[in-house]
Design a protein around this ligand. Structure first.
Ligand code: GCW
Length: 673
């Protein structure tokens, strides 16, 4: 019975089993294979056996029906593909050579592993194995998961059970599951993982915990995955090993240098630190009137001799900044452009508030040309219905990545910024995804949430990839290759996030979820201690209208964008409708392009969101003949909840906004019960 544990690596029998067998009778691997090459060969054997029932054997010589893996150093010269240098350290070539030979070539063993997964993806999605000509290299260097996993095994904003890291049993017990985690990530090219929550504890950097992290690093290493840790800025002070955490105090810098040396002794390929500083109560350099750059550079100096990096988060907002929380990161970081050490990346959330169902891109993208900016997406769905609601995030990630920052005359997308288009060549690039992984059987808390892990990984490899193509590729491996079913599943996925936007926060509304847990509607909340935690701060609905004025007449957050973009968005008529109330406060009777008033449009959007959720449910029912019973039922159950909660959102928001607008519900929109 299908329970989702195998993720997209199911390798079920395929109808062209004969063709697959013919191309994979045996595998030729380099002599003295490394653990990474052994993992690649094992995966090929497992995959082919699953798809065909026949496990390929080992061969020593290329010939018809062999898959030959190798680097330019190990392959027979005739089989070395042209242009290997351009592939870099992690790229691969998968191609059909003469004589029925399939070559998987790369410059490193990790590249070979990625190539093996690429071949398996081709075979399991039905690609023509006789004419393969794939060549692919990652566009970003650091493709990292951020686990918000606490040391007590709870997961902040995690909806898939306990942390998969069984800290109690580590370092002695190395759960098999860690290997499956590594396989899944390697299949996407994810090459780093931050094991612990950014709201970090000093203990993680003490010897017993480093031993646990080292055990995980040992398991993950063959799969090309490096371990990183979230570091609490005040660690030496809290461990009482220094008298201050001031980054400019020599004893503090020396402590971190020694700590880095200690870490690299047990984890020789340690990736580096992720830091949340001076944000939501976390300590940081500003506690000592030092800047983010002072803090980041001090840590960067400690890991630099070992080749490590510091990923310094830009998610900052303070109660003392009551005007517009969305502006603070830009205000604090933009002046520091060019001031960070070469091995620091500033990690910026996709939007300026906080992982809302829809946000404009963060204004820092394109505004710090002399600093590597790392994208931070949230794969776990804190604000999009947890693991219950079906919301495929590929479309959301793509929307941000394709946005034009207009920071260059010819256009400059967020993806290009993240790829390093603005900076000096050779500086680090990367993307982080806040993981949705836990110890539940499905890993992600639901079958469809696996697609968000998958889409994140594929977009970290190629930020310009198509979310639709990714959805299709995922669904073909995860559910079925039946074209009609695939069309249906992909259509559901491509619609799903817009449905959530419509029933939660249409037309640019944001942050009106329940306080703290962020699940369900609470636009009426107005009495929290910090003004910027109250939903009313964000929607600003009153008798006169609704929306957050971020034009020059309001907070002027628009001035943080490129002038051409700011000009366009200064006028509600040239602001994209999906962002209208993000940038404008407008009267309830404001005429919308549809011919409706703003109030009527809003009510219609909430209605439409519910209709879309119902449509998802109906589409899934129609797919029943194509999907195994257990997973069909699992998904159906969650879709029932989603329909109910969409209705809840609609009713609650319409009732509340109507109480403020004082307007009757537009014709055709049913009154909340
Ligand atoms: O999204 C918000 C969350 C916090 C989180 C914080 C952050 C880890 O509500 O739970 O803390 O952002 O990104 O630091």
């Amino acid at each position: 019975e299908e329970d989702g544990y195998e993720l997209w690596l199911r390798y079920r029998p395929v109808r062209e089993a004969g063709v697959v067998t013919r191309h994979a009778r045996s595998i030729v691997a380099p002599a003295n294979p490394s653990p990474t090459v052994r993992a690649a060969v094992a995966e090929l054997r497992r995959g082919v056996k699953g798809m065909t029932g026949r496990e390929p054997g080992a061969a020593t010589r290329p010939g018809a029906g062999t898959i030959v893996l190798g680097t330019p150093a190990t392959l027979p010269a005739a089989l070395v593909p042209a242009g290997m240098a351009a592939l870099g350290p992690e790229g691969y070539v998968v191609h059909s050579a003469a004589g029925g030979i399939t070559v998987i070539a790369a410059n490193s063993d990790t590249g070979l592993l990625y190539g093996a997964f690429a071949w398996l993806r081709a075979a399991s999605t039905g690609a023509a194995l006789a004419g393969l000509a794939q060549r692919s290299a990652p566009k970003l260097q650091l493709r990292v998961l951020n686990h918000w996993d606490n040391l007590d095994r709870t997961v902040e904003r995690g909806y898939a059970g306990e942390s998969i890291w069984n800290w109690w049993a580590l370092p002695d017990v190395r759960d098999r599951r860690y290997v499956d985690y590594a396989r899944a990530n390697a299949s996407l090219g994810i090459n780093g993982t931050v094991l612990n929550n950014v709201n970090s504890k000093p203990e993680i950097l003490t010897a017993p915990w480093l031993a646990k992290a080292a055990a995980l690093a040992d398991v993950l290493r063959p799969y090309g995955i490096r371990v990183y840790l979230s570091a609490r800025f005040s660690t030496p002070l809290e461990l009482k090993e220094t008298a201050t955490a001031d980054p400019l105090a020599p004893e503090v810098a020396a402590w971190w240098r020694a700590k880095a040396d200690e870490i690299y002794r047990v984890i020789p390929d340690f990736g580096g630190f992720l830091v949340k500083a001076n944000s939501e109560g976390q300590p940081g350099p500003q506690d000592y009137r030092r800047s983010h750059a002072d803090g980041a550079n001090m840590l960067a100096a400690a890991v630099a001799p070992h080749g490590g990096v510091v990923m310094w988060r830009a998610f900052v907002y303070a109660a003392e900044n009551p005007v517009d929380r969305a502006m603070q990161a830009y205000d604090e970081f933009k002046p520091l452009d060019g001031k960070f050490a070469a091995n620091v990346l500033v990690q910026v959330k996709n939007g300026p508030i906080d992982f809302q169902p829809r946000e404009p891109f963060h204004p820092l993208f394109g505004a710090m040309p002399a600093t590597p900016l790392m994208m931070e997406f949230q794969v776990t769905k804190e604000y999009l219905g947890y693991a219950t609601h079906l919301a495929y995030l590929g479309t959301m990630f793509e929307e941000t990545l394709r946005a034009d920052t207009e920071r260059s005359p010819g256009g400059l997308t967020v993806a290009q910024v993240v790829e390093g288009a603005q900076g000096r060549p050779g500086r680090p690039t990367g993307m982080a995804g806040v993981a949705n992984i836990g110890s539940e059987r499905t890993w992600s808390g639901s079958h469809f949430d696996q697609a968000n892990w998958y889409a994140y990984g594929r977009l970290a490899w190629d930020p310009q990839a198509s979310s639709r193509a990714i959805a299709r590729e995922w669904a073909a491996q995860t559910f079925t290759r039946e074209p009609r079913a695939l069309d249906g599943i992909v259509a559901m996925m491509m619609d799903s996030r817009e449905a959530v936007v419509n029933y939660m926060t249409p037309l640019g509304l944001h942050h009106i979820m329940g306080t703290g847990h962020h699940h369900g509607p609470a636009p009426w909340v107005a009495d929290l201690e910090r003004p910027d935690w109250n939903p009313v701060y964000y929607h600003k609905a009153g008798r006169d209208g609704i929306g957050f004025d971020r034009t020059a007449a309001g907070s002027n957050a628009l001035a943080q964008y490129a002038p051409s973009l700011a000009r366009k968005y200064a006028d509600p008529r040239t602001t994209p409708e999906p962002l209208l109330l993000w940038f404008h406060h407008l009267p309830w009777d404001y005429p919308m392009p549809s011919g409706r008033t703003l109030w009527a449009e809003l009510a219609n959007r909430y209605d439409q969101g519910v209709a879309q959720a119902q449509a998802l449910r109906a589409q899934w029912t129609a797919l029943r003949p194509y999907i195994d019973a257990r997973r069909h039922e699992d998904v159906a159950t969650l879709l029932d909840v989603q329909v109910r909660e969409a209705q809840w959102w609609r009713d609650a928001c319409l009732a509340y906004f109507q109480s403020v607008s004082g307007r009757p519900l537009p014709p055709g929109v049913k009154a909340p019960p």
